[in-house]
Design a protein around this ligand. Structure first.
Ligand code: UD2
Ligand code: MN
Length: 596
């Protein structure tokens, strides 16, 4: 590599965070429906970044056999080669490496170069709370079938998923691993995977191939139909399970087979593959039928090893008694490719007599990608199709909340749902109203879209919410203040970070008891509930929370309640001062202070 090229990469190091921000911004700007369902990782309390240890465990490979994807020319990664270097992208040695990395981002939306170099085994930081480490679990637990569906997954990520399960699961609890290849097109998955499974993996690992692309929903149903263990555990194909992950999931199922459990989903960075802990949060959703993470009640936080009731699950990682999965109607096989099935199964579990828990003592890492690297075969918007099905089957009159946000979908075809409706009757499930009342009372129902606007505003005219705090909203990273891009009286104008001016009344925000942020006494800071990828803007205050409800925490993050994301400066080096909603990560770019 020439020195000029080398210099180029090292500039890359300095501006790595810039690149990330720009990519994120572009993605948020253009992503629309294709955005990840898991778009929020809230951060509470101190941030620990763990240094990964890249030691390899003795695996099932023959001695001297180099794991596929590990580069023979590159040295093993030792702990001295720190995270900083990874994040910088400086560890590219030649053009071939660069190509692996670039193609990897293109095909998989994460850093495949690093993934290949890590290999199929690595140690992980134990992210559990200390209280978990003292817990004991019954020896007699149900056996587990791990079902992993994949479509065009990066070979090394898939293998790390499988090996992490083999490395960290007691043999007597691991009934089998069922890999479901959803008709992947990548050569290595078509050719070498079968050979690898046969030669290098124990017979407990089974490979099922779909003859056509089914999508993850029917894919999991196929996987489940091949499974014979007592409990089904579903994982995405780019996960790594952590220390003693399975016992805490099986125990509550043994106690009550109508309990469905999720581990805490730790974060594996898509850029660095660094594994870091997630805070304890639970699942919610918004009326756009997007999953979001919500803070957990204080009482749950005070018991860091106790189970947490969760209104919804993220979707990818959960365990459920296999017979109960079948009794409860598996999944809706009319749902295609990706999206919506997580809310559907969550509503179904709660409404039909089960319960859904998050188990903080079980930790599984997942690579959070910035975009989904695949589409659907016909290019359809499967999220809308699947959401329509779930709304019509499960949400009763509350489907109107969805249509208020997506009026164009009101007359969209969604296929035959009669079997699912009959099943709901057969299972004698509760109403959606019951679910909201008993499981998700925090969900706000009154919204400007479906309630006549007049009474809301009349109400507000009589009694305006009390202002709790006033001042400029200063970003701690760029030391600039949040202002209107146009006039603060201009409905729909975006907000940007500009030089603070303590004399300028147009920079003054009021934060009121209803958690609204009002600029210059005029308009409210608002996000699109349907497209949180759109930058926030100023809109008429509607007084019904949701898209205008912000929490300004002690940790200085500005958390948007309805989309479950944080306000962030997009590119700290740009004078444009663009801001956007993004995954909460606790960085300074997301820290704002309301200063008088
Ligand atoms: C989240 C879930 C995911 C699923 C999705 C909503 C987590 C960690 N992930 O999105 O499991 O519930 O929300 O639908 O909670 N796949 C196939 N065939 C396909 C498409 C995908 O087998 O046609 C596989 C894919 O390789 C992966 C899994 O399905 O292993 C989930 O897909 P994803 O990782 O793209 O979903 P993710 O994490 O964005
Ligand atoms: Mn995933």
């Amino acid at each position: 590599m020439g020195s000029a090229t080398l210099r180029y990469f090292c500039y890359g190091c300095v501006f790595a965070s810039v690149t990330w921000s720009v990519l994120l911004f572009l993605y948020l700007s253009f992503g629309q429906e294709s955005r990840l369902a898991l778009s929020y990782v809230p951060v509470q309390g101190p941030q620990h970044r763990f240094q990964p240890r890249f030691t390899r465990r003795p695996g099932l490979l023959e001695p001297g056999h180099r794991a596929r994807g590990q580069d023979a020319r590159t040295p093993d990664l030792s702990p001295e080669m720190g995270e900083g270097k990874f994040q910088s992208g400086c560890m590219i040695f030649n053009e071939e490496d660069q190509q692996v990395r670039d193609m990897g981002y293109h095909k998989h939306a994460f850093n495949v170069l690093i993934s290949n170099r890590i290999g199929y085994h690595r140690d992980l930081p134990d992210t559990r709370n200390d209280k978990c480490k003292d817990k004991t679990y019954p020896l007699a637990l149900p056996t587990a079938s791990i079902v992993i569906c994949f479509f065009n997954e990066a070979f090394s990520a898939l293998m790390r998923t499988v090996h992490s399960v083999l490395d960290r699961t007691p043999g007597y609890l691991l009934h089998e691993i069922v890999l479901v290849d959803d008709n992947s097109e990548l050569e290595d998955l078509k050719e070498e995977l079968g050979v690898y499974v046969q030669r290098n993996l124990p017979s407990k690992v089974k490979l099922v191939r779909n003859e056509k692309r089914e999508g993850l929903i029917r894919g999991r149903m196929i996987g489940a139909s091949h499974a014979t263990g007592e409990v089904l555990v579903f994982l995405d194909s780019h996960c790594e399970v952590n220390e003693a992950w399975l016992q805490p999931l099986l125990t509550p199922i043994k106690e009550n087979r109508h309990t469905v459990v999720c581990p805490v989903i730790d974060i594996i960075s898509a850029d660095t593959l660094v594994y870091s802990p997630s805070p304890i949060v639970r699942g919610g959703f918004n009326w756009g039928l997007h999953f979001k993470w919500d803070p957990v009640p204080l009482s749950d936080l005070n018991n860091p090893s106790g189970a947490i009731r969760s209104p919804t699950m993220a979707g990818g990682l959960f365990a459920m008694d296999r017979k109960y999965f079948n009794e409860l109607g598996q999944y809706d096989s009319g749902m295609d490719i990706w999206g919506g099935e997580n809310l559907e199964i969550s509503f179904r579990i709660w409404m039909c007599g089960g319960q859904l828990l998050i188990i903080p003592c079980s930790r599984v890492g997942h690579i959070f990608r910035k975009r989904r690297p695949y589409g659907s075969p016909g290019g359809q918007d499967t999220m809308a199709h699947n959401s329509l099905r779930l709304a019509h089957v499960w949400m009763d009159e509350y489907k109107e909340q969805y249509f208020a946000l997506r009026p164009e979908l009101r007359n969209r075809e969604y296929g035959d749902i009669s079997e699912r409706v009959a099943m709901r009757q057969r299972l004698q499930c509760h109403s959606f109203q019951w679910y909201l009342d008993h499981v998700y009372p925090e969900m706000q129902v009154a919204s400007a879209q479906n309630k006549p606007a007049q009474p809301v505003f009349m109400n507000r005219a009589v009694k305006r919410p009390r202002v709790q705090q006033r001042g400029r909203l200063r970003n701690l990273l760029v030391d600039k203040c949040l202002v209107a891009q146009g006039r603060p009286s201009q409905k729909g104008t975006a907000v940007v970070a500009r030089a603070c001016d303590s004399q300028d009344a147009e920079q003054e925000w009021a934060y009121d008891e209803e958690h609204e942020l009002i600029l210059a006494g005029l308009l409210c800071l608002d996000v699109s509930e349907m497209r949180s990828s759109d930058p926030p803007r100023l809109m008429k205050c509607h007084g019904s929370g949701g898209s205008q409800q912000w929490t300004l925490g002690k940790n200085s993050r500005l958390y948007q309640v309805s989309v479950g994301q944080c306000l962030t400066v997009v590119d700290p080096f740009s004078h444009k001062g663009y801001v956007a909603m993004a995954i909460c990560d606790g960085t300074e770019a997301q820290q704002w202070r309301l200063e008088g």
